[in-house]
Design a protein. Structure first.
Length: 517
């Protein structure tokens, strides 16, 4: 179908004229006595509201100008040639309000309409613009869906419901995996350590979205009382989200004095190197083993030649530790596994409080001595034997304290864990021994957002929010959004046309042309 042209028209279009007339009316009101005598807050509210309407008129005028410029082209979409053309329009809810967008519709019998101008504009398939979707995505990563609805209503011209926000958020997170699969970080000549860390954090889920074993346990477990929970009973069931972090950090050769609070000086923290190139993410949908595999794949993208030293920080959870070792073998990399010293310290405190009847200066001194032994090269088994000796010496232990001693010793003396407590060598080699990065990621990605009072998540909703929070935490959101828009255009528009080729419906000439009716 050949393009149809008409005589050129002037630059001044009636649609833009409406915006100018509206602007003149606003100016007259600002010059009027009422606003000249108003306080600045009243003027500010007036400017915000009227400015948004002026922007909406300008936005709509630009779409109308495109419609005037649109020429007829040959269109084959979904394998069918469209030979009939008619005028059509659609609505779009944007950050400045609702717009009406005119464009040509290409038709064929038994096929849905094709709109080449929609592809050129990369219009979304739903009512809401990409600007509204971006606002929903960024704010849902920070606050509740109800708060997002309120914020969009207060600071934009769009009207969005809670269910619509949830749907927009899930769509916004759709390309998360594809985005990171395409990332290629060039290997650089550096002596920085490549550090991986992982942990799990529970999220309260709807019953139907629990993992099979958890759901069956919940169905089989009946509460003893109807009006309240008994000790040990849970009000909700959780599904574990696996959290991972990959980052670089310079080696920091230090002594025991640099680790222990009572021995280090004030400048110690200033010497500590900061993590760089940090990426953190979490998934409640994927199997934990798959998330850990992604961490190794991310590390391989950063150091494909494996010249750098790999360090993996773990908390000693058996299944997690087994998965890390399996993925290291699968990736063919040599890693240094280190058990998080903070987790070990918690078990030392558990034993100390059991021995000395609570938290006191005596307990603290005893715990510091045990930690010092570990940091200077003693094994976890030796420390466990020391704890048992103290317990045998203390004849006043009750059953609760004795149970705490058994728990602490079992953790410290476990063969799989004690092999990972080589803290003296780690300090000497400048390796990290604490999982502060992953603990912070668990708090930010999961706890701060997912554990709000009364929250009970769907699987898709929780996964989408975790992805968006990960993008923000890794400072990748802006780059991701550009990638997401390109993928949306491919999915919604160009994939409909043969080999993704689309005849541009806008003329190359700058001369404004009126569409032939």
């Amino acid at each position: 179908m050949s393009a149809a042209y008409a005589e050129p028209i002037h630059d001044e279009q009636p649609s833009f004229a409406r915006a100018r007339v509206f602007g003149d009316e606003v100016e007259q009101k600002l010059r009027g006595d009422e606003l000249l005598r108003a306080e600045h807050a009243e003027v500010e509210a007036f400017i915000e509201l009227q400015g948004r309407e002026w922007a909406r008129l300008m936005f709509e005028a630009q779409f109308e100008l495109r419609a005037q410029l649109e020429r007829r082209v040959e269109v084959t979409a979904d394998g069918v040639e469209r030979t009939k053309v008619r005028d059509s329009e659609r609505h779009l809810e944007t950050v400045v309000g609702t717009l009406v967008i005119p464009r040509l519709a290409y038709q064929a019998t038994g096929a849905r309409d094709a709109h080449p101008m929609d592809a050129v504009l990369n219009l979304p398939v739903e009512l809401f613009s990409h600007g509204v979707r971006r606002m929903a995505a960024k704010e849902a990563a920070r606050g509740s869906f109800d708060e997002v609805v309120e914020l969009i209503g207060n600071y934009s011209g769009a009207k969005v419901g809670k269910r619509q926000v949830e749907e927009l958020v899930m769509r916004a997170a759709h390309d998360f995996d594809a985005f990171y699969e395409l990332q290629r970080q060039a290997a650089t000549e550096t002596n920085d350590l490549l550090v991986l860390s992982t942990d799990g954090k529970g999220i309260v889920m709807r019953h139907e979205d629990l993992r099979d074993a958890t759901r069956l346990a919940a169905e089989q477990k009946a509460h003893k009382l109807e009006t309240r929970l008994s000790p040990g009973e849970k009000a909700d069931r959780k599904r574990m989200a696996q959290v991972c972090a990959v980052y670089s950090v310079a080696p920091w050769h230090r002594t025991v004095a640099d680790v222990l609070h009572g021995l280090r000086d004030e400048s110690t923290e200033d010497k500590r190197p900061r993590p760089s190139d940090k990426r953190v993410w979490a998934s409640v949908e994927k199997h934990p083993r798959k998330v850990i595999r992604q961490a190794f794949e991310e590390a391989l993208r950063r150091a494909p030649e494996q010249h750098r030293r790999w360090v993996v920080l773990v908390d000693g959870e058996p299944r997690q530790l087994k998965a890390v070792k399996a993925e290291a073998r699968r990736a063919g990399v040599k890693v240094t596994l280190i058990l998080d010293v903070v987790h070990v310290l918690e078990y030392l405190w558990l034993a100390g409080r059991a021995l000395f009847g609570g938290t006191s200066t005596q307990t603290e001194a005893w715990v510091v001595d045990r930690l010092l032994a570990l940091l200077t090269g003693q094994s976890g088994g030796n420390v466990a034997r020391t704890i048992r000796w103290w317990a045998k010496k203390n004849t006043q232990l009750d059953s609760t304290a004795a149970k705490a001693i058994v728990t602490a010793c079992a953790y410290l003396a476990n063969r799989n864990r004690t092999r990972l407590m080589h803290y003296a060598a780690a300090l000497r080699d400048g390796l990290p021994i604490a999982t502060g990065v992953i603990e912070g990621a668990c708090r930010y990605l999961v706890k701060d957002r997912m554990e709000r009072t009364g929250a009970c998540w769907s699987l898709q909703g929780a996964e989408a929010v975790l992805r968006l929070r990960a993008l923000r935490a890794s400072r990748d959101f802006d780059r991701y959004w550009l990638f997401h828009l390109a993928q949306e255009k491919k999915r919604n528009h160009t994939s409909r046309y043969a080999e993704g080729e689309l005849n541009d419906p806008l003329p190359v000439s700058k001369c404004h042309l009126r569409r032939v009716k």
